[in-house]
Design a protein around this ligand. Sequence first.
Ligand code: ZN
Length: 311
Amino acid sequence: MTRDVTVRDVGPRDGLQLVKAVVPTQVKLDWIAADRGAGLPEVEVCSFVPAKVIPQFADAIEVATEAAGIGGLIASALTPNLKGAEIGFKTGIQKINYVMSVSETHNQSNVRRTREESLEGFKAIIALRDAEYPGVSIGIGLATALGCTFEGRVPEAESLKWLGKVLEAGADEVALPDTVGYAHPAQVRSIFAKAADICGDVPLWSHFHDTRGLGIANALAALEAGCTRFDASLAGLGGCPFAPGATGNIALEDLVFLLEAEGLKTGIDIAALAKPRAIVEAALADEPKHGHVLQAGLPKGFVPSSAIAAE
Ligand code: ZN
């Protein structure tokens, strides 16, 4: 089917990185498969980081290898360095997302490198892809592009400067994540409109955390500014190890409801999201779960605006 907007579940990566209970590999794979069953076109399935850093991802190779084989799914994985990318490439995964921070202090805390060193690392990954893994897409997330717990406000011009640098380096896709949930709609409208211009044909992703309750409002602001790609996590799981108090990503269920109500085709069956949600609820009984739509149910007689327009 044709899709107007793309929604990616980053729950198996962003959602799980702070969760202490290690989720069994098969449960992760059932979750990812159930996402695909509900129509999700893309899932970020793991992070290639050493198990001693984040034990949750000790099974990253197995998860990525299996997820890469799920029909019709784009499986992506996060990596902060070339070593992680080398491991990722060998799994056959379709997309590698590199991460660096616009804020120097956050980058040092997160990956113990300067931003320039991180940029060089990104170029090395692209060079390796070009030489040996030509089919793999290389994205990059500019963490703290919308605010930083160490440095506070991150100037828009600084984020756009780094956006220009990573595009010049050859990024296939770029994300401007609100890593710590500082963003508000006016800020999002402004930066996403400019970023969309700078990106041209290069896909631009949004990634909002709902730390201060503005996540869904920010997603709508990004949409209005021309963004058509959205990260979210099932049940609103997620956080950042270096963002004290950071809560989860926006709840995927609520985001899909918003987008469909706006008349946009996501390709996702909201009701069918109950299946991966049930898997997550069973596996993470002690973790806080969010998302209003699946708890309250869809409004009686809800029909996506796109379907009404077609009547
Ligand atoms: Zn995040």
